[in-house]
Design a binder for this molecule. Sequence first.
Ligand SMILES: NC(=O)c1ccc[n+]([C@@H]2O[C@H](COP(=O)([O-])OP(=O)(O)OC[C@H]3O[C@@H](n4cnc5c(N)ncnc54)[C@H](O)[C@@H]3O)[C@@H](O)[C@H]2O)c1
Length: 525
Amino acid sequence: MRYALIGCGRIAKNHVAAAVSNRLDAVGLCDVIPENAQRYQDQLDCPIYTDYRQMLAAERPDFVAIATESGKHAAIALDCIRAGVNVLIEKPVALSMADAQAIIDAARTAHVTVGVCHQNRFNKAVQKLRRAFEEGRFGRVYNISAVIRWNREEAYYRQAAWRGTWEQDGGCLMNQCIHNIDLLRWFGGEAASVFGVTNNFSHPYIQGEDFGTAIVRFTSGAAGTLEGTVNVYPRNLEETLTVFGERGTVKLGGHSVNTILEWSFADGKDSLADVQREFTENPPDIYGFGHTPLYADFVAAIAEKRQPYVTAEDGKNALEMVLAIYRSSKEQAETALPLENCGSLDFTGLFGPDAKKQADHFISKTSSIEPSAVIGRGTKIWHYSHVQAGAVIGENCVLGQNVNIGPGVTIGDGCKIQNNVSIYTGVTLEDHVFCGPSCVFTNDLTPRAEFPKGEQRRIQTLVKRGASIGANATIVCGVTIGAYALVGAGAVVTRDVPDYALVTGVPARVVGRVDQYGNICEKNG
Ligand SMILES: NC(=O)c1ccc[n+]([C@@H]2O[C@H](COP(=O)([O-])OP(=O)(O)OC[C@H]3O[C@@H](n4cnc5c(N)ncnc54)[C@H](O)[C@@H]3O)[C@@H](O)[C@H]2O)c1
């Protein structure tokens, strides 16, 4: 089988070893840095290319492996697939749901085989566990735990500029932990929802997370739990997978699920000592020995015109779980699966050097700002205020004491929001809006404590640029307050207010006009 490799960096050595073991007929090594490819020429005696399209055209390989940075997987895979070549893609299959689906669709159209390198599925210990699982030895599965406690320091990320970026990589869940996330999903099956929390504790120079944890509800009723980190001092500690069933408990461990730590089944067919002897591996690194059997299966899948052991759909499922954890953490809410229209770039600015939460704003210690809220440069937030999930506050705003900004609210630049004001979901303030002390917005015309309508169904209220709302005024939802309009203290606004209008009273009526600077230029009566 005519084989070629695109991307000859760190993980390429496992691909080259797998190609040699499987006696593939190497026809091309491709890297944009030719010296990287040359390192493997003594093992795979074949031409070197710097442009994979040229290599595809010149060599017509049957099987191409893609081991470039993750953000390039999809575009390269689509080119290979459209050229009629079978493709094995390093994990993650892609960085967005749309790209993963495009790969699946293109493969179906072109009738080519696509696989993904989740090689830990081939670890002897994992295979043994899988057989016990498929034989039904656990009975009902209650919960599955996946834990990755590794260490990646600055030197690792500095090796290549793509590492830890949203465009090319993602954080530790997308890069390091995705193997165990694949296993969690492989054993857990269909997932209904995910609640995740991610953070970047100690890697300020990367954009992605260095820690993530999640609870998964599988549609089977089983629960999944995940803990993934690259902050473990001072070195990799463990990668474990534990399955708890009504008639069995198995825990795999070691540095990358290569050993069996617990093996108890009610059927008593085998003991821990038996399985440990036969199914423990000691690989030289955390990548393990899995690439060689993965290649063997992929070659057989092409020959037999069947799906490989790890399909593009499997790759998409693991990606989906990572993205769902990211979204859940950002929105601080449980995320339902299936997930559509989500990709790593949606999380730009959450952590690291380009975090939108600018260091040059002021937030009093007594205030609470949810991690997914965005606070603009130069904005000041005074005591006991609360900015809820997903709210975006512009630059150079001032929020007084005891201000509440609801989930997802958007506030423009240069707004002044005085003490005790609540801006609820559904209310939008354009730039330079003034909200006097204790003014009130409503966001439901017929509220019922017993039958809440939910945040998504709030009635929208818009306050246009430069408008001012006086102290204690009430703005009933569904109105638009025009640009530079002035609402008098204590007024109750029940209808739209024209631009530059002065309104007072209960209900508020137009009683004059104001200019942009707040001068009253016309007053009726
Ligand atoms: N399965 C695993 O256990 C495992 C382990 C490590 C990395 N990976 C995955 O493998 C991929 C590569 O990781 P790495 O650590 O080897 O990265 P790396 O930076 O060491 O290597 C990437 C290589 O791709 C080359 N490249 C970039 N664009 C190219 C292009 N258009 N054509 C040809 N070559 C190109 C780069 O020059 C570089 O040599 C990543 O997606 C990563 O997630 C998987």
